[in-house]
Design a protein around this ligand. Structure first.
Ligand SMILES: C[S@@+](CC[C@H](N)C(=O)[O-])C[C@H]1O[C@@H](n2cnc3c(N)ncnc32)[C@H](O)[C@@H]1O
Length: 238
């Protein structure tokens, strides 16, 4: 099944996933790593149901967000969930080549690269992003940490890949209030992210791997995120 069809089918379920881990040590750090984006245009690439797009404008009401996704169902869910007065527009794209049709000051990819099996697609996306960004523009990537596999976090658990090799299948269970949502991600090492970004032209790269001990986490049931980073968050500046 291609990625688009898979995400069209998963997008309904994906909305009901437990996202506590994401909100503890994922999305807020992406926001921080985007820097001061007030008045800027942010591309939320692979926006899913738009929860991060809405979070961006809640924090920076004078900014504009463009959410794009290859899944028409995800885009339709995002539109339904978003107050039409907010400065967010959503678009269905057919391929990563459509990136050329958007202009933006900064871009984020939340849990998108981990869903792409082909490394060449990832390097092509990074190159297009580099070409489109203005000088000083930031690209922030949030994905499961390459060492998180085999550990159980509050919101998800994944199996260790057979080999820690680029593109290797990683079976993931996302917890929801009913049945778990099971899907496959694809392994990328820290060096893979660095190499895709440097090949594209980025030279300033910062990588973080926060654990919950690093942020306030009252009243939350916690899994391995107390001691192990669930996510890798990478910021590259043009
Ligand atoms: C795991 S979901 C993450 C959704 C959202 N970013 C979030 O944080 O909840 C991955 C999303 O990326 C989208 N996607 C995957 N490959 C894509 C591509 N090449 N172009 C645009 N969207 C893509 C999928 O359709 C899906 O909605």
């Amino acid at each position: 099944m291609d990625i688009k069809r898979e995400w069209d089918q998963l997008s309904e379920w994906y909305q009901s996933k437990d996202s506590r881990t994401d909100w503890l040590v994922g999305y807020p750090i992406v926001l921080e790593m985007l820097g001061n984006i007030q008045g800027k245009t942010i591309l939320d690439y692979g926006c899913g149901n738009g929860s991060f797009s809405r979070f961006l404008v809640q924090n920076y009401p004078l900014s504009t967000v463009v959410g794009v996704d290859t899944s028409a169902n995800a885009v339709s869910n995002a539109i339904q969930k978003t107050d039409s007065s907010l400065p967010i527009t959503y678009h269905t794209t057919h391929s990563y080549q459509d990136l050329k049709n958007f202009s933006f000051d900064h871009v984020c990819f939340n849990f998108v690269f981990c869903t792409i099996p082909n490394f060449e697609t990832i390097t092509n996306i990074c190159s297009l992003v580099y070409a489109q960004l203005p000088k000083g523009g930031r690209c922030v990537i949030l994905d499961p940490h390459p060492d998180s596999h085999g550990k159980k976090f509050t919101s998800f658990e994944s199996e260790s890949p057979r080999e820690k090799k680029r593109g290797e299948r990683v079976h993931v269970k996302l917890f929801t209030s009913s049945i778990d949502l099971e899907l496959d991600d694809y392994y990328l090492s820290e060096d893979d992210y660095r190499s895709a970004l440097t090949q594209a032209g980025f030279s300033e790269i910062e990588i973080r791997a926060p654990i919950v001990g690093d942020v306030a986490a009252e009243n939350v049931v916690l899994g391995a995120e107390r001691t192990d980073p669930p996510f890798i968050i990478i910021q590259a500046t043009k």
